[in-house]
Design a binder for this molecule. Sequence first.
Ligand SMILES: [Zn+2]
Length: 319
Amino acid sequence: MTGAILESDLQLRPTRCAICGIEGGATELYQANFTLNAFTPEVFSARRIPDRVHYRMVRCDTCSLIRSDPVADAQMLAQLYAQSSFDYDSEVSNLKRTYGRYLSRVTPHLQSSKRSLLEIGCGNGFFLEEAVSRGYKEVWGVEPSAAAVKLARPEIRDRIVCDVMHAGLFEPEFFDVICLFQVFDHIPDPVALLDSCRRLLKPHGLMLFLNHNVDSLSFRLLGSRSPIVDIEHTYLYSPRTLTDLLGRHGFTACEDGTVLNSYSLRYLSQLLPAPKQIKGMILDAMRRSALGRVSLSVPLGNLYLVARKTGRVRQVVEE
Ligand SMILES: [Zn+2]
C-alpha cells in the first residue's frame, strides 16, 4: 500500500462502546476531519508529528468512554501498521527510562519471580532490552511493523513476533507480565485483546498499561487541538473507564497514576498545539541546537495502570 487509497477501498465500520458493548448510545464530541490522504503508513507510524487529523469522536452516554466512530476496518488498519516506519530512534533512551520507571511499579505486585514478560507493540524491542536488564529472564514482543523489527538488536530480534497481536501466538498461561506502552488506545477491539491477554497470563499475572488520559489537564484544556485526538486512536481512556473495562474482563486494577514522561526538548516541541509552519520552524531550530537534546521529565497527559488477572469475567460481548 503506497500513497493515498481509493475512496472505494475505504470501509468505515461503526464501533461499539468497549465497556457497554453497544453501538450508538453516544454523543458526538468532534466531527471527522480526515481525507483519504490520512490512510498511509506514514500517518500510522508510531510517534509521528501530530497533525490533528481524526475520525468522528463520541462519548458513551452510559459510561463516558470516548471512542472514534466509525473507523476504518481492522484489516486495513493492520496493513497500515505492518507498513509503518520506525523513526524515533533519538528518543529511545528517554523512552527506556520512562517505561522502566513504570515497570518497577509492577514488581511489588508480582506474586511470582520476574520470569516472563510480553510487550505488545514493542517497536524495535528497546523496552525488551530494558526488561532483561531489570531481571526478566524470558522476554517476548509482538510488533506489526516489519521496518521496526528489522532494526531490533540481533539478540532481541528472535524474541519479536512480527504480527498484530491475536490469539494463538503464545502458549496459554505463559507470562507473568504483559505490557502495553502507548498501544492500548490504538487497538480496534480492546475486548478481544484483553481476552487474549487473560489467557496468556499465569494465574495472578499482571498487566501494565501506559497510555493517554482523557482526564488530563491538557486534554481538558485543548480538546480537539490535543495531540491525543488523532486518527490512530480508536478508544481514549481515563483511569476510571480503563478500570471499569478491565473489571468486566477478568482483571482488577492494583495501582494507577499520572506518568512523568522523559523526553528531549525537540520531541516535546512536536506536541505543541501550534500551526504546522510555526512548528516546523521551531523543530528546525531544535534540530540544529544542543538545546533540542536536553531531556526533561514532565507530565504529558498519560496514565499508567497495573492490573491483576482475576479470571472472573463479568461481561461477554456478543458479536
Ligand atoms: Zn459505554
